[in-house]
Write a new protein. Structure first.
Length: 351
């Protein structure tokens, strides 16, 4: 019997707190960087570029604003045209963070993630979602060398971005149950440590006071829990600890919906549906979504039941190598029945 040693890359920098950006120079001075490429989206370029430039006075930096329509080929073409850098820093929402992670992966450089909203766990995970030949595809990326979250910036994000992050985090509960189901059916294998980290992440957030969405304690717990979920995927080597049947529904909706919603919003609705299918942790999910205002929000955005039905039916084609509850036809049928029978869902769907 041979002993194996598991080496897991984890962030060397983790800063979550108020006014963190004012300390950015001091934080990065402790690390061996001299040249940086700093990527912005439209929002961060307008609101934070000058602050970031001033905060990185000791570095030689090149600032680049990226639009949110780049596919993987355009991104790589851009990445290899930029001048030399030894760290990639991405400031903004999910798309520019994904761009930064993939650029760092392609150029074999460290990556520092500075998210402006906690709308999903992508700022901490080891993969990203990019357009590949016209299709949104999950591709490998660089595990962040650093995660820097300024809660003063996060607090000013629109409520829907925070609610989306809550929807994405709560999906750990259904994803982990899918992972167990997969192992029982001989398809996958649960990594105990990744499972524990993902479960601890969501359970930590569940115990947080939820009377005020912009409360600093809630935001810090949300960001910390999303970070732990992202790191659990590094340990497992796949997305199973945080992504199961509920994500398959969301990925399907991104293909078929006339007006796709934010990833975390779609995932949150699908989490509620799948928790009822699994008959697992549904009361807890209902309480969190009620107390935070998630349910109140999704009742206002005109979700279409027929699209969710179609998404459930096509979900198994998204990742045919997985075996979630939706890959079993009887549970798939149960999900469709819940869409028609559940009183709360009748309030949520417009038609």
């Amino acid at each position: 019997m041979t002993n194996t040693v598991t080496n897991i890359p984890i962030p060397s920098i983790l800063e979550i707190g108020s006014d963190v950006l004012s300390r950015l120079d001091g934080i990065l001075k402790r690390h061996p960087f001299s040249n940086a490429i700093v990527l912005f989206d439209e929002f961060s370029n307008t609101t934070l570029k000058s602050k970031i430039e001033n905060a990185l006075s000791h570095l030689s930096i090149e600032c680049v604003k990226l639009d949110d329509t780049k596919d993987i080929h355009e991104l790589l073409s851009s990445a290899f045209s930029w001048s030399r850098f030894d760290v990639v820093i991405a400031v903004g929402g999910g798309k520019v963070i994904d761009y930064g992670k993939y650029v760092a992966f392609s150029r074999r450089s460290p990556f520092i993630s500075i998210p402006t909203a906690p709308s999903n766990d992508g700022f901490a995970s080891s993969n990203c979602s990019l357009m590949v030949d016209g299709k949104k595809t999950t591709v490998p990326a660089r595990v962040p060398y650093g995660i820097i979250v300024d809660l003063d910036i996060i607090r000013h994000a629109p409520d829907r971005f925070i609610l989306a992050g809550i929807g994405d985090l709560m999906s750990n509960l259904t994803a982990l149950y899918d992972w167990e189901f997969e192992e029982k059916n001989g398809v996958g294998s649960v990594n105990a440590f990744a499972y524990m980290l993902s479960k601890k992440a969501v359970n930590s957030f569940i115990r947080t006071p939820m009377h005020e969405l912009k409360n600093e304690i809630l935001l810090k717990e949300l960001v910390s829990s999303l970070t732990m979920g992202g790191i659990s995927t590094v340990i497992s080597g796949n997305s199973a600890p945080i992504s199961g049947s509920e994500h398959l529904i969301s990925h399907s909706l991104e293909i078929i919906s006339k007006t796709p919603q934010m990833h975390g919003v779609q995932v949150g609705i699908a989490t509620y549906i799948m928790a009822k299918v699994q008959e697992h942790r549904i009361e807890r999910i209902e309480k969190v979504f009620s107390r935070t205002g998630f349910f109140d929000y999704v009742k206002t955005i005109g979700l279409i039941k027929a699209e969710y039905k179609e998404a459930i039916l096509m979900s198994t084609s998204i990742k045919p190598n997985r075996y979630t509850y939706l890959h079993d036809s009887s549970y798939r049928q149960r999900a469709l029945e819940i869409l028609d029978d559940d009183p709360l869902l009748q309030e949520i769907f417009a038609g």
